[in-house]
Design a protein around this ligand. Structure first.
Ligand SMILES: Cc1ncc(COP(=O)(O)O)c(C=O)c1O
Length: 453
């Protein structure tokens, strides 16, 4: 597929003469529940997509640096090979009551996921429809396998919005406000954020010190109040925090954490819902940290954006002890399974490309950090990049207003971005982006920063 790399020509400013966009946004608010939209800064009404380009209902063209929040890793509308696999599957079987009858398609996908999961354990898979459900399954697997009730999760982490995974989530207060009681029994601890942590350690200069402080906190505070070997079932962590701001911890962190957990038989769950499926240039982000989790949760990009699916890939001996302890209706149905299988095969071929593009992003974004006082931190691996905006570099005070203005300005210039964390922007294009397209997006991003900051 060849798509033009012409600069997007956004001639219509939505809200002014973007009449159709305005109409659909109004209709949206009339009929659809209030969720997470920001019509002031992101009034994008998508009609269709082509490669890494989005087209709105008014005919404007945008370069996509958001991948549908980490879903459309293979671009738009649907990768031709995934589409072909879906159509062939539709002609055979879309849904076959996969929780009561058996079908080969789920088994084929499960086998593939087990083969590609980081080594060390014999594994099995539970299929769901979303990230939050994949995490719910991980919670239940951990509790019933260990007989322990408590969990540890990290401040800044996002694991979903259902009552169980919401208990793990510690991202924005609005996620939990008015919803207590969610699942009790989660203790939160600081994430090893090299730029912004409770101890004011520069984690880029002193990664070892930062790691030690986090582990000491767990050992000296949490394990002083809970009996780790009796009460703590699992630790949930995003290998790179996504909603929290695309925060990359020191490379040794998870290995050291895992050593501590192994002392007490505590399970390690890597939530790869946003960072998995090739986003970082490895199939799973945790592979960059040389750590083998007992449980991995997946969703978002797993089926290439075509059909919803979630998966919990776990050490086989943690399996549910009896039929009926956990199940669902639609999870990983035949259609979703085949779409995901094809997606995984394509992502495997894209990994070297993602690794190459990492250099382009690192170079350009590091330059921005040097040039602009509002750019406090730049971090990322592969095609998972976060840029954090601050009032000034020395105080590191978050600048959400500046961030929001940059997102809005970039959109008007034809670049679709998404915010994350308190004052960060994520740059996460589809993995199929060419270097030329990546450079164009980074150029528009820089212009937007320059004109705002
Ligand atoms: C790391 C992580 N886990 C879980 C979820 C929840 O996934 P879903 O929205 O599919 O329930 C998200 C969603 O953003 C996520 O980023």
């Amino acid at each position: 597929m060849v798509f033009s790399v012409r600069r997007p020509e956004v001639v219509v400013e939505p809200g002014k003469d973007g009449t159709k966009s305005k109409y659909w946004i109004e209709q949206h608010y009339t009929y659809i529940a209030t969720t997470t939209h920001d019509p002031e800064n992101l009034p994008l009404v998508i009609e269709r997509g082509e490669g890494v380009w989005l087209f709105d209902v008014d005919g404007n063209k945008y370069l996509d640096f958001s991948s549908g929040i980490g879903v459309n890793n293979l671009g738009y509308p649907t990768h031709p090979e995934v589409k072909k696999a879906i159509i062939e599957q539709l002609e055979k079987l879309a849904h076959g009551a996969g929780t009561d009858y058996f079908n080969p398609y789920q088994v084929m996908l499960a086998k593939k996921l087990v083969e590609i999961a980081p080594g060390g354990y014999r594994r099995k898979v539970f299929f769901a429809n979303s990230g939050t459900e994949a995490n719910e399954a991980a919670l239940k697997i951990s509790r019933q396998a260990t007989g322990r009730k408590f969990f540890i999760a990290f401040y800044g982490g996002f694991h979903g919005r259902t009552m169980g995974s919401m208990g793990l989530t510690a991202s924005k207060p609005i996620h939990k406000k008015l919803f207590f009681p969610w699942m009790p029994g989660v203790v939160h601890v600081p994430y090893p954020n090299p730029y912004r942590n409770p101890w004011h350690i520069d984690g880029y200069e002193n990664p070892g010190e930062l790691i030690n402080r986090v582990l000491e906190f767990i050992e000296e505070y949490v394990f002083d109040k809970l009996i780790p070997a009796d009460e703590v079932a699992a630790v949930f962590a995003e290998p790179i925090q996504g909603e929290g701001g695309y925060v990359v911890p020191p490379r040794e962190f998870f290995r050291e954490l895992k050593k501590l957990l192994d002392k007490y038989g505590i399970l390690f769950v890597a939530d790869e819902v946003q960072m998995g499926m090739g986003r970082t240039g490895r199939m799973f982000a945790i592979e960059h940290f040389n750590t083998v989790p007992e449980i991995i949760t997946l969703a978002k990009a797993l089926s290439g954006g075509a059909i919803p699916i979630g998966a919990t890939v776990f050490k086989a001996d943690l399996d549910f002890k009896a039929h009926g302890m956990h199940s669902n209706t639609y999870g990983g149905n035949a259609l979703a399974a085949i779409a995901a299988l094809k997606t995984v095969e394509i992502i495997e071929t894209l990994l070297p490309h993602v690794q190459n593009l990492e250099k382009v992003f690192r170079e350009r974004l590091e330059e921005l950090k040097e040039k602009y006082p509002s750019v406090g931190d730049v971090r990322g691996i592969g095609l998972a990049w976060g840029v954090e905006f601050v009032k000034d570099k020395s105080s590191k005070q978050p600048a959400p207003d500046v961030r929001n203005k940059i997102v809005a300005r970039a959109l008007r210039k034809g670049l679709a971005l998404l915010p994350c964390g308190k004052s960060s922007i994520r740059l996460i294009p589809p993995l199929i982006i060419s270097e030329e397209e990546a450079l164009l997006g980074l150029k528009i991003f820089e212009e937007s920063v320059k004109e705002t900051a």
